[in-house]
Ligand binder design. Structure first.
Ligand code: RIB
Ligand code: CA
Length: 309
C-alpha cells in the first residue's frame, strides 16, 4: 500500500489522476491539496471537491497557494476552460475544504506519518516548496516525490518550459534541489498517454456515473488539445504520475541531473535535463522516458470500470 498526498491543480488530467489514485487497491490518498495552476486556487479547490465527491473520496481537501513564490499567477483557461474543469456538469457536492492551509496540512500529515509518504505533485510545485521551506525536517518523512512536470527537450507553455514548472520555477528549483528521491514525469512521457477515440468509446461503454463524467472531461480536453496544439487526442499527463506510483514498471526512467532555469529571458521554467551526464553533476531525478501504453491504459480503464460497482 502506497500512502499518497496528492497536490494538484484540477484540471482535467488532475481529475483523472485523482480517480485512478482513489480506485486502485495499492494506493491510499490520505490528503488532497490544491494549488493555483490550471485555474485560480479557488477554482482548483472547487474542482477537487467536485471530483472527490463524485468518486466518494474520504481524504480531506486543503486549499493551498494562490500565487507562485514570487507572487505571479498564470492560468490555462485555453486548455481547461473558465472553471478549470469545463465539460461535464458535476452532481451536487456538499464537501468543503478543511480549515487548514495546504502547506500546513502537508507538514502535519508528513510529521504524523511513519516516513512512508509519497508526494504526488501534478501542478505547480508552490505548495511543496513552501512546505520544505517552512519545515525542512519533513524530508525525513517523504519516501519520494513523483511529479508531473518539465520535459527533456521542449515546453508547452513556452517553447522551453512546461506549464507546471513555468508557473513557479523558483519552487521547482527548491524541490529538485531538495535531495529527496524524485521522479520527473515530463512531456516526452506524458505525450505517449493520449486518450484516443477508441479509448474514449471504451470508457463511454462502461456507462457508470464516473465514466460518463470522464468521457465529458476527455471530450472537452480533446477539443482544447486539437485547437491549441493540433493533437488528434489529449495527453492525460497527470494520471501518468499516479500510474508510476502504482506500478513503476509502467515506464522506463533514467537517473539524470535536472536543473531549473529561473532567469532566462526565453527559457525561464525550463527543466535542463542532462540526459547523457555531460555536466558530471550528481543526478537528482529519475526522468521518465518510455511508457508501457498497454499497461497504462489497463490501469486507467480498470479504474474507470471500478466505479460501476
Ligand atoms: O503541462 C501539463 C501540466 O500542466 C498538467 O499537470 C496539467 O494539468 C497542467 O497542470
Ligand atoms: Ca495538473
Amino acid at each position: 500500500m502506497r500512502k499518497i498526498i496528492l497536490d494538484c491543480d484540477p484540471g482535467h488530467d488532475d481529475a483523472l489522476a485523482m480517480l485512478l489514485a482513489h480506485s486502485h487497491p495499492d494506493t491510499d490518498v490520505v490528503l488532497l491539496t490544491t494549488v493555483a495552476g490550471n485555474q485560480t486556487v479557488e477554482k482548483t479547490t472547487r474542482n477537487a471537491l467536485n471530483v472527490a465527491s463524485l468518486a466518494g473520496m474520504q481524504a480531506p481537501v486543503a486549499k493551498g497557494m494562490g500565487r507562485s513564490l514570487t507572487g505571479r499567477q498564470s492560468t490555462a483557461p485555453d486548455i481547461h476552460g473558465e472553471s478549470g474543469l469545463d465539460g461535464p456538469v458535476f452532481p451536487p457536492c456538499d464537501l468543503n475544504a478543511i480549515d487548514k492551509h495546504a502547506v500546513d496540512a502537508i507538514i502535519d500529515a508528513l510529521t504524523a506519518s511513519d516516513g512512508d509518504m509519497t508526494m504526488v505533485c501534478t501542478g505547480p510545485l508552490t505548495n511543496m516548496a513552501a512546505a520544505l521551506m517552512k519545515e525542512p525536517g519533513i524530508v525525513r518523512q517523504i519516501r519520494e516525490i513523483v511529479l508531473m512536470g518539465g520535459a527533456t527537450y521542449f515546453g508547452n507553455k513556452t517553447p522551453a518550459a512546461e506549464f507546471n514548472i513555468f508557473v513557479d520555477p523558483e519552487a521547482a528549483r527548491i524541490v529538485f534541489d531538495s535531495g529527496l528521491p524524485l521522479t520527473m514525469i515530463g512531456l516526452e512521457l506524458t505525450h505517449q498517454a493520449v486518450a484516443s477515440p477508441d479509448i474514449v468509446e471504451e470508457i463511454r461503454a462502461m456507462d457508470n456515473p464516473v465514466a460518463r463524467i470522464v468521457v465529458e472531461l476527455l471530450e472537452f480536453f480533446g477539443h482544447s488539445y486539437r485547437e491549441v496544439f493540433g493533437f488528434e487526442a489529449p495527453p492525460i499527463h497527470d494520471a501518468c504520475a499516479v500510474a508510476y506510483v502504482i506500478d513503476p514498471h509502467v515506464m522506463t526512467t533514467r537517473s539524470c541531473r535536472v536543473d531549473i532555469e529561473t532567469k532566462g529571458e526565453f527559457t525561464a521554467g525550463m527543466t535542463v535535463v542532462d540526459l547523457y551526464g555531460v555536466t558530471g553533476r550528481r543526478p537528482n531525478a529519475n526522468v521518465a522516458l518510455e511508457l508501457d501504453k498497454r499497461r497504462f491504459w489497463e490501469l486507467m480503464l480498470n479504474a474507470f470500470r471500478s466505479y460501476g460497482g
